[in-house]
Write a protein that binds this ligand. Structure first.
Ligand SMILES: NC(=O)c1ccc[n+]([C@@H]2O[C@H](COP(=O)([O-])OP(=O)(O)OC[C@H]3O[C@@H](n4cnc5c(N)ncnc54)[C@H](OP(=O)(O)O)[C@@H]3O)[C@@H](O)[C@H]2O)c1
Length: 287
């Protein structure tokens, strides 16, 4: 399928359509979130990514209302934070997210990070399985149109699938030049799970956007390094979630459908290393 703009649909494994680029809200100050989300929607974004831990779900909800766009025409994602894992607490946390957003359903709800063995030892798998069971029930009850994972590497997904009734529709992982996760992307895609890229520009403090290789490729196409980074993500069949609170950058990040990177350029970008970003190993985090 040819993607023509940020709202060109990708089809998830349950048939639900998701706009192929989403608007990120991590580190968006709650005080400016409503305005930023309204700006993003009015610029044309229909897909918004938030999370309980961003402490800005209220602002996202206000921005949605202020945008004047019918909620049915938006795709809204939130995520279950780590302290809310478990069967009962997942259901409670989901309802609290809905209440803060002022919505009566979500398009996508994700487990933000897998419980890992470093923190939970042999209990980690059971905690993830119980959390997923609650997600499945919320999905079956029609409160969420699609359910998925975040920061689950292929081995975490495989472990979850031993007990899952419903296959996750999405896995959102960190992907940007310098942290390409190429093998993991292919493995997750082979399971028919849509990969989303968080930090697709490298996030705060990264050197992706000033890297000389990125600058050379951007100049060759008359685009910015941010646009090249997003294009590199999209051409791998991955769905990027760029965040900006500036209207000019929001529009710049949408304008990535009038050029194509060659196979050589894709490979050159994929080979870049050490450009910063969070680069966290989900098996090693202690939060
Ligand atoms: N699942 C997870 O664990 C997880 C973790 C992190 C993030 N996420 C999601 O993924 C989204 C994106 O990740 P991220 O916010 O960490 O990083 P990002 O989108 O890669 O980068 C955002 C940074 O780049 C700047 N920026 C945006 N557009 C730009 C442009 N065209 N030119 C130059 N600078 C630009 C932004 O500044 P301004 O805002 O000042 O423009 C901000 O500092 C998040 O917002 C969140 O929704 C998920």
């Amino acid at each position: 399928m040819t993607l023509e703009n940020v709202n060109s649909p990708l089809k998830l494994n349950n048939g639900v359509e998701i706009p192929c680029v989403g608007y990120g809200t991590f580190r968006t100050d709650p005080a400016v979130t409503a305005q930023a989300v309204k700006d993003a929607i009015q610029a044309g974004f229909r897909h918004i990514d938030t999370a309980m831990i961003y402490h800005n779900e209220e602002g996202v909800g206000q921005g949605i209302k202020a945008s004047g766009v019918d909620r049915k025409n938006l795709f809204i994602t939130s995520k279950l934070w780590n302290t809310d894992r478990g069967y009962e607490s997942t259901k409670e946390a989901f309802q609290k997210s809905l209440d803060r957003l002022g919505l009566d359903y979500l398009d996508l709800y994700l487990i933000h990070w897998p419980a890992n063995e470093k923190q939970f030892g042999p209990e980690a798998s059971r905690i993830n399985a119980e959390t997923w069971r609650a997600m499945e029930e919320l999905y079956e009850a029609g409160k969420i149109r699609a359910i998925g994972l975040s920061n689950f590497m292929p081995h975490h997904v495989a472990e979850l699938m031993k007990t899952a009734k419903i296959k996750p529709m999405v896995d959102q992982i960190e992907v940007h030049p310098g942290w390409s996760h190429s093998e993991e992307i292919k493995k997750i895609q082979a399971m028919n799970i849509q990969v989303e890229a968080w930090g697709p520009l490298g996030g705060q403090g990264a050197t992706v956007l000033t890297n000389p290789t990125m600058e050379k490729i951007a100049a060759a196409h008359g685009k910015t390094t941010a646009q090249v980074s997003l294009r590199w993500v999209i051409q791998q069949g991955v769905l990027p979630l760029p965040k900006s609170v500036h209207v000019n950058r929001i529009k710049e990040n949408m304008d990535v459908f009038d050029f194509e990177l060659s196979d050589a350029e894709m490979a050159e970008i994929s080979a870049l290393k050490d450009l910063g970003g969070q680069c966290k190993d989900p098996d090693e985090v202690d939060f």
